[in-house]
Design a protein around this ligand. Structure first.
Ligand code: MN
Length: 132
């Protein structure tokens, strides 16, 4: 489904959710980078230039949406697609995710098939837009 050695950054403070995402991605030939806080995730994104970021919205301290805004405001990371992950499947959540600069939004609990589909679409876009 994915081309070789794509890198996905997962910014998630909940180890159970991180494990779930990792398990889904391990079926694909995808390198997973992870961070438990927004500042650590932003630093990794700048340094490692992943093809895609999965961003938990509820992070301790700096929120996932604040992190998304910071990433989209930085020329070094602005083009990296961000998929927001939130437990709050509330009315208006999709709009809030979009307003923060996220490219897509998925509600927890994550459905592996839905996550795979979202990853596949965004990774294909990210890779086809690059000279590699
Ligand atoms: Mn969280």
């Amino acid at each position: 489904m994915f081309t070789a050695r794509q890198r996905v950054l997962v910014i998630e403070d909940n180890p159970v959710n991180l494990e779930l995402v990792t398990a889904i991605l391990e079926d694909e030939d995808t390198e997973i980078l992870s961070a438990e806080t927004a500042p650590a995730g932003i630093a990794l994104a700048v340094r490692e230039q992943p093809q895609l970021i999965l961003m938990d919205v509820q992070l301790p301290g700096m929120s996932g949406y604040d992190a998304a805004r910071a990433l989209k405001a930085d020329a070094r990371t602005a083009r990296i697609p961000i998929i927001a992950l939130t437990a709050h499947a509330m009315r208006g959540e999709a709009e809030r995710a979009q307003a923060a600069g996220c490219d897509a939004y998925l509600a927890k609990p994550l459905d592996p098939a839905v996550l795979r589909h979202a990853l596949s679409g965004h990774l294909q876009c990210a890779v086809s837009g690059r000279d590699r």
